[in-house]
Write a protein that binds this ligand. Structure first.
Ligand code: FAD
Length: 467
């Protein structure tokens, strides 16, 4: 009998744990993707990520063809659709790679129960991370709440190695498939124009470029938003276009082969970023309530302000703070934002506009192509000062000095805010004097950072005193 491989966030054929095991254990594989059928507005996703998903599925369908596989697409509730497919094909098992998100885990539990009702096997594999949350625990077996001891433990563990390519899949003929989706499937219009190319091949290309040209100076360039100093692999890891084992292995080998101490140090710094990704996934696994409330109980119930006109200005990149606006416009135009700028705009929303981090978290999930529930929640709670190992509440970044430090020539700002292209760089990093806008079509700052900083300190302090 055939076996179903249920594709989820592993849209590749190379180094894919469940797909490899499915192809080795059964004579034929039915590679399946179940499309969701929500329409239009969604709190946790939007057109950018769905467009990337559509293109990645198209690329996957093509790749599967090279190993005699045919992607079968169905739409609706995953359990019901998989049940139907089991009936149609007589499949003896369902194979899948585990999803780290709470919703994904619930579906997996339900699927396991259903499979035993249907009398078939059900096999879930760890594939999204190098180490599962339960592999990286303190000596007393508890989850870590702080990054550095977590990462020291994580770094000390042996890493799994990449897996071989699966053999021929021989998907049974004549199975019905829904067409490859387009954005209209979810009643969505258009996505941002500047989204990176989707698909496994493009992701492997980015990994190659990162290892050969970017990571040698990652330590020096990763905080410079105008440079191509980071790997740009986040959406690929989100959708599993490339496996984390392959990423780790390539960087690890390049590091070992390098004679330059600074290159080796940079690549080590990069690997520690991969540990941040797994740290936040472990936090979400052990403390799923972070999606609802502050990780640090001291900061639950803070009096956030109701989002108004300034929230709209923040989203649209017209707060009058060039570095904040450049970041928000990069997000709108490409579905991506540089990490340093994500921290700046997130702190601005929570500490200058006093808006609940959950509003920013949700907006980011709707826009980001790499929208990853665990990392996004971690990043927002870090910036708000409420999270695991977060910035303490009194360490409030000044958007003007951040901008001066990380974009001194205003190259990043001018790239995303063309109205400011002729403005002298030093003027981009300070509040304009005498209420004179920096350029005709560019707004004055919507607030005074010094004043709002004082308000934030007072709000947090008062809240702490009431505990
Ligand atoms: P690189 O610098 O090349 O890093 C390599 C990889 O390490 C990334 O692809 C990512 O998988 C991981 N990584 C790096 N930094 C972090 C981090 N701080 N936390 C977790 N993983 C990290 N990352 C997401 O993947 N999805 C998100 O939804 C997301 N939301 C964020 C929201 C906020 C407010 C903040 C401050 C950060 C967020 N990040 C998120 C983390 C980080 O900004 C991105 O991973 C990074 O910018 C992606 O670019 P890159 O692939 O070039 O990163």
């Amino acid at each position: 009998p055939p076996v179903i491989h249920w594709f989820r966030r592993d849209l590749r054929i190379l180094d894919n744990t469940a797909l490899l095991h499915a192809s080795r254990s059964y004579p034929s594989v039915v590679p399946t993707y179940i499309l969701s059928d929500w329409k239009a507005n969604h709190r946790w996703t939007g057109p950018n990520r769905q467009a990337f998903l559509c293109d990645s599925l198209k690329a996957l369908a093509g790749n599967l063809g090279t190993i005699d596989g045919r992607l079968i697409i169905r739409t609706g509730d995953p359990i019901e659709e998989l049940g139907r497919l089991v009936e149609e094909t007589g499949a003896a098992a369902i194979y899948y790679n585990r999803d780290p998100d709470p919703h994904g885990k619930l579906v997996e539990e339900k699927l396991a129960r259903k499979c035993s009702e249907w009398g078939i096997e059900c096999h879930g594999w760890n594939d999204v991370t190098l180490h599962t949350p339960d592999e990286v625990l303190t000596k007393s077996g508890d989850p870590y709440r702080v990054y550095t001891p977590y990462s020291n433990n994580w770094l000390s563990l042996d890493k799994p190695t990449p897996l071989p390519k699966p053999g021929k899949l021989d998907t049974p003929k004549n199975l019905r498939s829904d067409p490859l989706p387009r954005l209209s499937h979810w009643n969505l219009d258009t996505a941002a124009g500047g989204i990176v190319e989707a698909g496994e091949k493009a992701a492997l290309g980015r990994l190659k470029t990162a290892v050969s040209a970017r990571l040698a100076d990652y330590g020096g360039m990763r905080d410079c938003p105008s440079a191509s100093g980071t790997s740009r692999l986040s959406q690929d890891l989100r959708y599993g276009l490339v496996s984390i084992r392959t990423v780790y292995r390539r960087v690890h080998e390049a590091r070992k082969a390098s004679r330059s101490p600074s290159t080796r140090e940079s690549m080590h710094t990069y690997i520690k970023e991969l540990a941040w990704r797994e740290f936040y996934m472990a936090i979400l696994h052990h403390f799923p309530n972070v999606l609802k409330e502050e990780f640090n109980p001291d900061w639950r119930g803070l009096p956030w302000e109701t989002p108004g006109e300034n929230f709209e200005a923040w989203k649209e990149g017209r707060t009058g703070f060039p570095i904040v606006d450049a970041g928000m416009r990069e997000l709108c135009e490409t579905g991506f934002m540089h990490n340093r700028v994500r921290m700046i705009v997130a702190m601005f929303l929570t500490k200058d506009l006093h808006i609940d981090w959950r509003e920013g978290e949700s907006y980011f999930m709707q826009q980001l192509v790499d929208g990853e529930i665990a990392s996004n929640n971690g990043g927002w709670q870090w910036s708000a000062g409420t999270g695991a190992d977060a910035a303490p509440y009194f360490r409030i970044q000044n958007p003007w000095s951040q901008s001066k430090r990380h974009d001194p020539d205003g190259e990043y700002i001018k790239r995303w805010i063309p109205e400011l292209k002729d403005v002298e760089a030093k003027l981009l990093h300070e509040a304009p004097e005498g209420n004179e806008p920096l350029a005709k079509d560019y707004p004055l700052p919507c607030l005074d950072h010094g004043e709002e900083r004082k308000r934030t300190l007072a709000i947090f302090k008062k809240h702490k005193e009431q505990l």
